[in-house]
Write a protein that binds this ligand. Structure first.
Ligand code: DCP
Length: 657
């Protein structure tokens, strides 16, 4: 459900940066001989040459499209290079792309609040940077403007085709311009410089939209690709939005968009303008009505969230056609792979970023062979997340069983046959800063757990999963979910008395997820080697300064002169100085949150488990618990107890008292 947030200010400067043919660029950096060659990345499943998941711009010129399979692409473009996505555990491994995305984020985060929106997209709030620039250097006094900024596409600015860059220069430096346009001009200059920095330090090109809010910036970033940027002036908003098909708008691709089409005959954003806010509220409720009214006018108050790290982690796989999983044993086999991957990523997030996840969710798509109710969805299920691959697997298997019972309408454990699973994924969400010491404790449990995965069904509390993640876009992408706001999730499990707060939190999260639809994103990490390679960093820094002194080349010139041949290795192996910076930024905000977002529920921690811990960890746990007990401020449901097997008796006694 969209949420109408009032426009905080139309003087904000927001950029949306989107990498160009991202996986292809990552592969081309790895194999420089592919630079400039028609290239596509294909799924690891090689049927008919594998499905294309990313297509380079050279191949697009020859008519190759993402919807094609490798064999078809070869017919269109015989010289195309097809690179298979890396594989691990029998499924696509996106680590290399996640890490490449992290490099980019760390650079972009230098200039303003930065929100990582997907594996290759970032929002930036550049308001402060633009205001500072405007104060320090009035634009009309600027002597030289970077060529990259002069190549900007300014919506609504008529170009005569003779000297477009001169026309853009005039627009950027207009003395009589509205203050908001002046800020946009500053934003465009800053974004151009950032894109050049990304190119120099990572070898990746990106495109960007610069506007007064997130919605408009996102619409603009894809308008001129690759390696270009588009500016949305206030005057151009109406012309930009009016012709857009309603279903192309964010959050209108689903049921709401369909209802607008069928119930109101609204096919374009322009069609929506004829409805008053009151009328839209009458039909869709106050909140959605206002949101629709605002959207039609390009008004959106969504803030750029300061988030450099993923909101959740997911691991999944699709099993199309005959590959469908038709027995519980087959599902368990794959769940083991998925849970191990998820668990590794959770552990890495904990160690690298000091974050812990609270909620484990299982999603699947399934069919019944004798289906009278073919539209019935396989319900997603969630429960508190316990760390350790064995525990994650144990809980996931239980969630699957519960969901399958519900799907089949069975009260006992379902038997094999008569059903098939075509998509399976596990995800971890509600990620917050970890309290100090969690890392060592979970490592302890992690080690233990692989060998002692006990299963006590009675201890499980399956919450309905309201964060309904849709199937992944592609097989490879299934390691990272897209979020969609669907319906049809019901609660099946009794014994939810202690979960009220937890469920509410889950629902809030679902709403939030709907607002920022994401693929789930990469770890912000570099190898030790990269982090420690300070010498390389200095020499690059010196080079960069030298280049700047000579004048900044345009992105195209950069590509021509540095076409990323193997001689460019030095650039490629650069330590990304910004990553550490970004890590620091991340932990700073986490530290801030640490004090207010983490609550221990003393009553839920099983003393017998604590007593088995090494002495120093026992001491740590007791230190955490002491102030909470005294303050008596513990909340149920959101607690460190999820790392432990809860002692039901103690909890029951506590509730009674
Ligand atoms: N991706 C995927 N499966 C899809 C779509 C995309 O695995 N069905 C992956 C590969 C892409 C990356 O996500 O490189 C980013 O997707 P985009 O939609 O942003 O597309 P590209 O970056 O490839 O191209 P463009 O330059 O058009 O943005």
């Amino acid at each position: 459900m969209p949420v109408a947030r009032p426009e905080t200010s139309d003087s904000r400067i927001i950029a949306h940066v989107d990498m160009d043919c991202f996986y292809v660029q990552v592969e081309q950096r790895k194999q420089p001989h592919l630079r400039g060659q028609p290239t596509a990345v294909v799924q690891y499943n090689s049927w008919k040459g594998g499905g294309l998941i990313a297509v380079g711009y050279e191949a697009r010129k020859d008519g190759v499209k993402r919807s094609m399979r490798g064999d078809e692409a070869k017919k269109e473009c015989p010289q195309i290079h097809l690179v298979q996505v890396p594989v691990a555990r029998g499924k696509a491994d996106l680590t290399i792309y996640r890490n490449a995305g992290s490099e980019v984020v760390s650079i972009l985060a230098r200039k303003g609040r930065c929100e990582r929106a997907s594996i290759d997209e970032v929002y930036l709030d550049l308001t402060d940077a633009a205001e500072t620039m405007l104060k320090e250097t009035p634009l009309e006094t600027l002597e030289s403007i970077d060529e990259e900024a002069l190549k900007s596409h300014v919506l609504g600015l008529s170009l005569n085709g003779n000297d477009d860059r001169e026309t853009v220069r005039e627009w950027l430096t207009r003395r009589d311009a509205d203050h908001r346009d002046k800020l946009l001009a500053c934003g465009a200059i800053i974004v151009a410089e950032l894109r050049l920095q990304v190119l120099r330090e990572t070898e990746f090109t990106c495109s960007a939209g610069v506007a007064h809010n997130k919605m408009l910036a996102k619409l603009a970033s894809g308008m001129n690709k690759p390696a270009q940027q588009t500016i949305v002036t206030l005057a151009s908003v109406k012309g930009l939005l009016e012709p857009l098909p309603i279903k192309k708008m964010k959050q209108l691709g689903g049921k709401l968009g369909s209802s607008l089409q069928t119930d109101l005959g609204v096919n374009t954003v322009g069609d929506l303008l004829q409805f008053s806010e009151q009328k839209l509220q009458d039909i869709y409720g106050a909140n959605t009505g206002t949101w629709l009214w605002n959207t039609a006018r390009g008004i959106s108050g969504d803030e750029v969230e300061g988030r450099l790290l993923p909101k959740s982690h997911g691991s999944g796989k699709t099993f199309p056609g005959v590959q469908a999983l038709k027995s519980v044993a087959a599902v368990e086999k794959w769940l083991k792979e998925l849970c191990e991957e998820l668990s590794e990523r959770l552990q890495l997030d904990l160690e690298t970023n000091k974050r812990v996840a609270h909620t484990l969710t299982l999603h699947a798509n399934a069919y019944k062979s004798t289906d009278t109710d073919s539209l019935k969805k396989f319900p997603s299920k969630s429960c508190p997340l316990r760390y350790g691959a064995g525990k994650v697997l144990e809980d996931s298997v239980n969630l699957f069983q519960a969901a399958l019972r519900e799907f089949l309408g069975s009260y006992t454990n379902p038997v094999d046959g008569g059903w098939g699973v075509t998509n399976l994924s596990v995800s971890a969400s509600k990620i917050v800063a970890a309290p100090s010491g969690t890392c060592s404790i979970t490592r302890y449990f992690h080690g233990q757990d692989r060998f002692h995965a006990s299963s006590e069904q009675s201890d499980k509390k399956f919450a309905p999963e309201s964060d309904n993640l849709s199937p992944s876009r592609t097989e490879s992408h299934s390691a990272s979910h897209q979020t969609d706001c669907g319906e049809g999730q019901t609660q099946i499990t009794p014994d939810t008395s202690s979960l009220d707060q937890y469920e509410t939190a889950c629902k809030d999260e679902a709403i939030e997820s709907c607002l920022t639809s994401t693929h789930h994103e990469p770890q912000l990490r570099l190898s030790e080697k990269e982090r420690n390679n300070n010498d390389g960093k200095r020499s690059y820094e010196q080079k960069r300064k030298a280049t700047q002194e000579k004048g900044t080349p345009s992105i195209l010139r950069f590509l021509q002169t540095n076409s990323c041949s193997s001689s460019n290795q030095e650039t490629k192996c650069l330590p990304s100085e910004g990553v550490q910076e970004a890590l620091d930024m991340g932990s700073e905000s986490q530290n801030k949150r640490r004090t207010d977002s983490w609550r221990y529920n003393a009553g839920e921690i099983d003393q017998s488990v604590v007593n088995e811990l090494p002495a120093e960890i026992q001491e740590e746990v007791r230190t955490w618990l002491r102030p909470q007990k005294q303050a008596n401020t513990v909340k149920r449901g959101s607690s460190i107890a999820h790392y432990f097997s809860p002692n039901k008796n103690e909890q029951t006694n506590l509730r009674k008292s």
